[in-house]
Design a protein around this ligand. Structure first.
Ligand SMILES: [Zn+2]
Ligand SMILES: [Zn+2]
Length: 185
């Protein structure tokens, strides 16, 4: 997991060294990707650049422009170090979320299987408790998401609240696994 976090953090540099826009590209005279100067107004997708708000790319090259700058035009701050970072130029506002690359998924043996009929057959799925991080665009801190079967949207916890729930779980586990002759907590 640590290796993944290191890799993601390295990829979140503001701009890769290989991207050095020309003065025409910085002034917004020509496309950042292909260099044409006559794309129609609505087909010019803004590209975030720290030194100029005029940078753009042709609409069908927006994804490529994202790859060049490391993030899409609507994202003006770097991703948190834990984000998987696969944001796209055409993500709609509700999808503009940072998600952790890391996720914990625990199969729950005491939960009913999730069963559904597909044609003449039934398919059965084990249910999981999942934990991951999420942060909406322009919000200052991450939310810890805890999702259980029947609550796939998840419970949103602040980091402090998640710490408290985690402490409670660990305390319960400690009680359950303590040796009878060990002193009580
Ligand atoms: Zn272009
Ligand atoms: Zn992100």
């Amino acid at each position: 997991m640590n290796d993944q976090i290191t890799a993601v953090a390295a990829r979140n540099a503001e701009l890769p060294d290989t991207l050095a826009p020309s003065s025409d590209q910085l002034k917004g005279t020509v496309c950042l990707v292909c260099g044409i100067d006559d794309a129609p107004e609505g087909q010019r997708i803004p590209v975030h650049h720290p030194d100029s708000s005029a940078v753009w790319a042709c609409a069908d090259e927006a994804a490529e422009a994202c790859a060049l700058t490391g993030h899409p035009w609507w994202q003006t701050e770097p991703c948190p170090h834990w984000c998987h970072g696969t944001h796209k130029a055409y993500d709609q506002p509700p999808d503009r979320l940072h998600f952790s690359r890391w996720e914990s998924a625990t199969p729950l043996s005491l939960q009913e299987l999730d069963s559904c009929r597909v044609g003449d057959e039934y398919e059965h799925f084990v249910q999981f408790a999942t934990v991951y991080l999420q942060q909406r665009l322009r919000e200052a801190a991450p939310i810890v998401l805890l999702a259980f079967p029947g609550n796939v949207e998840g419970f949103e916890l602040t980091v402090d609240e998640a710490q408290s729930v985690a402490d409670g779980l660990l305390f319960a586990v400690g009680l359950a696994t303590a040796q009878p002759n060990a002193p009580e907590n």
